[in-house]
Ligand binder design. Sequence first.
Ligand SMILES: [Zn+2]
Length: 215
Amino acid sequence: MRVILIGPPGAGKGTQSERIMAEYPLAHISTGDILRENVKNGTELGKSAKSFMDAGKLVPDDVIIRMMKERLAKDDARKGFLLDGFPRTTPQAEALGTLLKELSLPLDAVLLLEISDDEVVNRLCNRRVCSSCGAIYNALSHPPKKDRVCDECGGEVTQRDDDKETVIRSRLSVYHEQTSPLISYYDGKGLLHRVGAAGAPDTALLYIETMKLGV
Ligand SMILES: [Zn+2]
């Protein structure tokens, strides 16, 4: 099975991916991981990427695509993959399409996790994190026993700046702006599948099983 998972921040992409990977032997491929790996191993592509990152610039698409090409050609990925967080834009999707054609690895599906902006804001605004050990709490469903004090280590439990409503809303608007052309692109190719993500964290897995995707 070869799938792409798309969804806004806070849609639970990480958990949905884990549930899918527990049932299917797929290579989990994310841009962040392959960037880190190339930089760590000091590959030519890694050095090139690092020069952009050190200058505070975005790593250009052609560098990412070349890393993707190497990663997708590996044995585990040839057996099946789940692309997480890539592509983000239509030019990246087009380049990926060319690449997958070269490798004879056609996509089975693009799963779009759907959740309303308000639901994402609700989820993330209530997230609280221990500033010492990183333990995660929820102000409503799982608060620390003592207000603002971590159950695990006694550290201070706070709200991260990233989890404040205005920051979340602006990340969501960037997401919608970037991905709406991507969604039409894959819809036009008949590859897009919409999966509700407001409920349980295994809706994508259940959808794959019900639709018998990639079988
Ligand atoms: Zn703690």
